[in-house]
Design a protein around this ligand. Structure first.
Ligand SMILES: [Zn+2]
Length: 269
């Protein structure tokens, strides 16, 4: 059984056929999905999906793209903690820094990121981190915040440089591989995953974005995490079964609010 540790099932891309998407995921051996929040103001939508489907859990947070939007600007640690009290919430995020798009001013991104870290630390649940073209600032903030009090976290869709990978691993963070590791020219990224400890690795789709080869360019969906897992297994020199077992164990260790019995939607019809 595989876990898709990062998807966006509440996005309009899936609205018309979510049941079919979830059936295809099941048929591909994806026993659990974590649907990631991007807006505090839209948390109810993600939570409703997680309430309806026993194999779906959720996170709550504000994506760095949206932190300066009027509906999200007022989010506090208390807002996040209150949303995370919902029984289907397994983590905080996604939060972090995106200097590629720079949709929100960088100081606002940093301030929001620190709030999310504070919430994750206070609740003792993991933070899902988004980081793009911000390696130096990301590492600076992670080191600074970890020194102020430990928290657990996952670098989602890891596609940054080796220094950030090694720095994050040193701080105890996990790295998640997305379809980006299947893209032909990303030899350096595959080498980073090859050298990282297996017990710190997860897999994800980031669907509807970033479909892995051979679906590249199409709308992504949780079933396709199997393609990314197959490439990661090859990179690690282990069987797809061993890779699935390890990444699922890692996921459950990190997202400890989720019981192992939830894999495969266990316990419910
Ligand atoms: Zn995402």
């Amino acid at each position: 059984m595989l876990v898709d540790s990062h998807c966006h099932l509440d996005f309009p891309d899936f609205a018309a056929e979510l049941d079919d998407v979830l059936l295809r995921a099941r048929d591909a051996g994806v026993g659990l999905m974590l649907s990631i929040g991007t807006h505090a103001s839209k948390a109810a939508g993600v939570l409703a999906i997680a309430e309806r489907h026993p194999q779906v859990f959720a996170t709550v947070g504000v994506h760095p793209h949206h932190v300066a939007e009027p509906a999200e600007e007022g989010v506090t640690v208390e807002t996040l903690c209150a949303l995370a009290a919902h029984p289907r919430v397994a983590g905080i995020g996604e939060s972090g820094l995106d200097y590629f798009y720079d949709f929100a001013p960088r100081p606002a991104q940093e301030a929001a990121f620190r709030l999310h870290i504070a919430a994750a630390r206070e609740l003792g649940i993991p933070l899902v981190i988004h980081s793009r073209d911000a390696d130096a600032d990301m590492l600076r903030i992670l080191r600074d915040e970890m020194a102020a009090g430990t928290f657990s976290a996952l670098m989602h869709c890891f596609s940054s440089g080796r220094e950030l990978a090694e720095g994050a691993l040193e701080l105890g963070l996990y790295l998640s591989a997305s379809g980006v590791v299947t893209f032909k020219r990303n030899e350096d990224l595959r080498a980073i995953f090859r050298d990282a400890p297996l017990e710190r690795l997860l897999v994800e789709t980031d669907s509807p974005y970033l479909a892995p080869v051979p679906k590249r360019g199409k709308r992504n969906e949780p079933a396709y995490v199997a393609y990314t897992a197959a490439v990661l297994a090859e990179v690690k020199g282990i069987s797809p079964e061993a890779l699935a077992r390890a990444t699922t164990q890692n996921f459950l260790r990190l997202f400890s609010r989720i019981p192992a019995s939830a894999v495969g939607g266990g316990g419910a019809a």
